[in-house]
Design a protein around this ligand. Structure first.
Ligand code: PMV
Length: 325
């Protein structure tokens, strides 16, 4: 059977960085994100007794490293369904991969939902998030709708994601800024393994549950200033950890720092915009919808910005009839 799924990327407001269990991808802490309508992956999966081997094409390319991870994930689905058929997988992103715009999240969310359906399985949303997590941690947050919380959990079954507010709850915009389309030297899976070597990592974990509670409260109250201050501090904390890991990792480029300073300058002059940054040089800017036009006009004056994508909070992963083959 053939199935197609469309999954949004998600941007974390409270970040997942560091694992308690590598193999099960159990995170060291819970995290909170929102789905982005502007960054999506579409994936079609077909299992058939006629296929001699797995064929995986992502963005028109066959990449060995990506293939290994995808085949491992297909094996998880085959095991659950009790089938041995090989698969054909075609996947397309509408944004550059491995550039800090969360491509592994939407990729593994779409793969999970499409492969599960193509294998004839019927899983609950919770079980889909657990399965997606095994492929790529943050992918579990791209499955439920809108604003999503991923519980760290003590075992595989208790480390899952749920929607905490629907996408239309808050009319904020997320502007993903592209200052570099280069593939990162150290991907997030590798970077995460180093988190525990930072002397600041244990200090982060002491306060994280309190931070999660506060963030949920600020979203609930739609308190944009408090929400913004918290997510900026959180992003800087993640990068403080990468920079103080052994070996040290600096994901930023000079343009990243230039933009951070510009955002602080604009805010000082009354434009309410805040940033967050994942494991890469690119920033995501968050503003209220009423300020979007003003922000875009500002961004147009910054020569370092190669491209920007405007999103709003979005639904989770959905099945689609528009197959890619
Ligand atoms: O799921 P991964 O291994 O790509 O890790 C994602 C890590 C961050 O994007 C930096 C943070 C997050 O929670 O999404």
């Amino acid at each position: 059977m053939k199935a197609t799924a469309v999954a949004p990327a998600n941007i974390a407001f409270i970040k997942y960085w560091g694992k308690n269990d590598e193999e099960l991808r159990l995170p060291a802490n819970g995290s909170i994100s929102v789905n982005l309508n502007g960054l999506k992956t579409t994936t079609t999966v077909e299992f058939s007794k006629d296929f001699k081997q797995d064929l995986i094409i992502i963005n028109d390319k066959q990449n060995k490293q990506e293939m290994v991870r995808v085949i491992l994930h297909l094996d998880r689905v085959r095991k659950l369904a009790g089938i041995k058929y090989k698969a054909r997988v075609i996947s397309k992103n509408n944004f550059p991969t491995a550039s800090g715009l969360a491509s592994s999240a939407s990729g593994f969310a779409a793969l999970t939902v499409a492969a599960v359906r193509a294998a004839g399985l019927n899983l609950s949303e919770k079980d889909l998030t657990v399965l997606a997590r095994l492929g790529s941690g943050s992918a579990c947050r791209s499955i439920p709708d809108g604003f999503v919380e991923w519980f760290e959990g003590k075992n595989s079954d208790s480390s899952y994601a749920v929607s905490i507010f629907p996408s239309e709850y808050w009319d904020i915009n997320i502007v993903s800024i592209l200052i570099s389309e280069k593939e990162k030297k150290t991907g997030s899976s590798e970077g995460q393994k180093l988190a525990k070597t930072s002397p600041f990592f244990s200090a982060r974990l002491i306060k994280i549950d309190e931070k999660i509670k506060k963030l949920k409260q600020f979203i609930k109250e739609k308190n944009f200033a408090k929400f913004g201050e918290l997510i900026e501090r959180e992003a800087l904390e993640l990068h403080a950890i990468t920079m103080t890991s052994t070996p040290a990792l600096i994901y930023w480029q000079p343009e990243t720092i230039k933009l951070i300073n510009l955002i602080w300058e604009w805010r000082g002059k009354g434009l309410f915009v805040y940033f967050t940054i994942d494991a890469g040089p690119n920033l995501d800017l968050i503003c209220q919808n009423k300020n979007l036009r003003k922000l875009i006009n500002k961004l147009k004056t910054v020569v370092e910005i190669k491209k920007y994508i405007v999103s709003w909070p979005y639904e989770g992963t959905r099945l689609s009839d528009n197959h890619l083959f």
